[in-house]
Write a protein that binds this ligand. Structure first.
Ligand SMILES: *Cc1c(COP(=O)(O)O)cnc(C)c1O
Length: 219
């Protein structure tokens, strides 16, 4: 039951941890049930799905973009989302900044870190993060607020801990640099099988889909 799963995780996690419901492939009915049970943040990977669901869900929840962000979708992302967790290049940040400027919006963003240095994954390599943050911080319509990482897909949730630790250390390093216009507030780490490890390693945003809605079926 979606309702039971929502109540369970909201009761379990510390009060300062945002639980983002990852809603890819879910119906508006499922998402509304999660919201009625107490979910305040939804995370969407696909712009197309966001366009379908946004008219129904609207501001019943805050919208986080968590999927690979394409610059040619920046206009819609600027319109539909309240935070973009998956900023993975200056190029995309620039496109998003331009579109946010056109609609007078200051968009909170996180930088996505490729913490396991996986070839096929998007995200910024840890050693490039500070430099990218410094350039992105100059964009007037974006507000850099922290980091997000996926980490590798592994059988044992324990095995992801080193990648979360590394991302947390990077988060603290950047925070110490006190870059103007950068406020390191949010660290988004952990999904259904790893959110506990994420919170133990300092996450204050977790993104869970399967835990709330069950297995995904792609159509
Ligand atoms: C799908 C997805 C999640 C949630 O995954 P579950 O294993 O279903 O909890 C979290 N973050 C991102 C970026 C995702 O794409």
């Amino acid at each position: 039951m979606i309702e039971d799963a929502v109540k369970k995780i909201l009761a379990e996690v510390p009060k300062d941890v945002r639980v983002v419901a990852a809603i890819k492939t879910r119906t508006s009915e499922e998402v509304l049930r999660a919201i009625d049970a107490g979910i305040r943040y939804v995370g969407e990977n696909y712009v197309k799905e966001a366009q379908e669901l946004h008219p129904v869900i609207g501001n019943k929840a805050m919208w986080h973009m968590i999927g690979t962000a394409q610059s040619n979708k920046a206009k819609i992302i600027a319109q539909l989302f309240d935070m973009v967790e998956s900023v993975d290049s200056y190029h995309f940040a620039k496109a998003l900044d331009t579109q946010c400027g056109k609609i007078g919006k200051k968009m909170p963003i996180l930088l996505e870190i490729n913490s396991a240095r996986e070839e096929q994954k998007s995200g910024i390599l840890p050693e490039d993060a500070l430099e990218v943050i410094k350039s992105v911080s100059a964009l007037p319509n974006l507000s850099v607020q922290g980091l997000m990482t996926m980490g590798p897909l592994l059988d044992d949730p324990e095995e992801i801990r080193p990648y979360f630790k590394l991302t947390k250390e990077l988060f603290e390093d950047i925070k110490k640099q006190t870059v103007p216009n950068v406020e390191m507030k949010y660290l988004s780490m952990g999904m259904t099988s790893t959110y506990r490890v994420g919170i133990e390693e300092g996450a204050n945003i977790v993104r869970v889909g399967t835990l709330l809605f069950g297995e995904r079926h792609y159509h």
